[in-house]
Every structure is written in structure tokens, then in C-alpha cells.
Design a protein around this ligand. Structure first.
Ligand code: GLN
Length: 199
């Protein structure tokens, strides 16, 4: 990973993701401009507010370069708001997205009672020990295309998915101390690095 991993730093829980990456030994870089984006090997879209961030992406000229790099193979991980921004579309509202992973999401899906919760989530890809997943006004995956692998479900709804170089989680691994999702993403970045050196 020569250049490090970027965290989109327009709004949201940026510092927590930067710290999560650093705890795993990665170089973590806040991304605010297209020039910042050019310096990173991979990008995390953090939690925040998806309609606000879509507007900011437009204003900072970052939407198109993120789409181009991700379609060219750059590993991308969206958490919560980031999952919504990366999705194909959103149920029930005309909300623009970057359309980087073939999922339809429902915003604030778990209802008021369960607005925020920590759930012991089974994620077989991370091993047999459940993952302490923090959900905050989280979306769920209402539909996914055939190329999408659902990696975890809560109450029968998809909350973690992967399609090739794109990873999406409804929950916030950056707010806890279990580093396994960050490590999983960094492994995706390493594999991508190998593939592009071999090409
Ligand atoms: N509810 C927010 C949205 O729809 C996402 C919440 C989060 O990122 N924690 O954009």
C-alpha cells in the first residue's frame, strides 16, 4: 500500500476512520479535493448525512473522480451514509447517489426504537466471533444485484455487502474497538495492489 488510504473529509465521522486505519498500521489521508484523491490507493466514505454529502461532493468536484477511480478498480468502503452514497438508488425518494454498488437502500430503516443500537452481528467472512456492530439511524439493503455478496444480515435485512472492489456496511466499525472490518478492507486494498502490479 504505497500511498495510503483516504477518508472522504467533507462531513461526518472522519477522524474515527482515520484513527481506525492508523490502528491497523495503514497510512490514513483525509480527502477533500480531487488532488487529495489522486494520492490515495483506496477511499472510505464515512458516516454522516447522505443528502448533505452528495451536495458537497458536487461542490468540491469530487463526485466524478470518485466514480471514475472506483470503476477503474480503486477499493471503496462506505459506512452508513457512505453506503447510501455508494448505492444504486434509495427506496421511496429521488436522492442522487454515485451508483457504485448494485444495491437499493432504505434510509433510517430500523425504526425509531432501534434508531441506534449495538448488535452482536454474525459476519462469517470475519470468523466465528460475532462483530459488535454500532448502528446509528442506519440504512438496510432492500435489494441487491446478482454480483453482490451479502456478508451480514440483521433482522433478515442485508447490512454488509461487497461487489468486487466496493464494500458497504450499514454500521460503524470506526466507532468501536474491533478492527476486523478495517482489516478486511485493508486486505481488499492489498489484493488490488497485487493485481495492478501484476497487470
Ligand atoms: N441517516 C443518515 C443518512 O441517511 C446516515 C446515518 C449515519 O451515517 N450514521 O444519510
Amino acid at each position: 500500500m504505497p500511498n495510503g488510504v483516504g477518508v472522504l473529509a467533507l462531513q461526518g465521522d472522519v477522524d474515527e476512520h482515520l484513527a481506525g486505519l492508523q490502528r491497523c498500521g495503514a497510512i490514513a489521508i483525509p480527502v477533500k479535493t480531487p488532488a487529495d484523491l489522486e494520492r490515495v490507493d483506496a477511499l472510505i466514505l464515512p458516516g454522516g448525512e447522505s443528502t448533505t454529502v452528495m451536495k458537497l461532493l458536487e461542490r468540491f468536484g469530487l463526485g466524478r473522480p470518485i466514480v471514475e477511480r472506483t470503476r477503474a478498480g480503486m477499493p471503496l468502503w462506505g459506512t452508513c451514509m457512505g453506503m447510501i452514497v455508494a448505492a444504486h438508488d434509495v427506496v421511496g425518494i429521488e436522492q442522487p447517489t454515485l451508483d457504485l454498488v448494485d444495491i437499493t437502500v432504505r434510509r433510517n430503516a430500523f425504526g425509531r426504537q432501534n434508531d441506534s443500537a449495538q448488535v452482536e452481528l454474525a459476519i462469517p467472512a470475519l470468523g466465528s466471533r460475532p462483530f459488535p456492530a454500532i448502528f446509528i439511524r442506519a440504512p438496510w439493503i432492500e435489494r441487491h444485484g446478482p454480483a453482490v455478496e451479502l456478508l451480514a444480515q440483521r433482522e433478515g435485512r442485508g447490512v454488509m455487502a461487497r461487489e468486487g472492489n466496493v464494500l458497504a456496511t450499514s454500521f460503524h466499525p470506526e466507532l468501536g474497538t474491533d478492527a476486523r472490518v478495517h482489516q478486511y478492507f485493508l486486505e481488499m486494498v492489498r489484493q488490488q495492489g497485487k493485481a495492478s502490479t501484476a497487470a
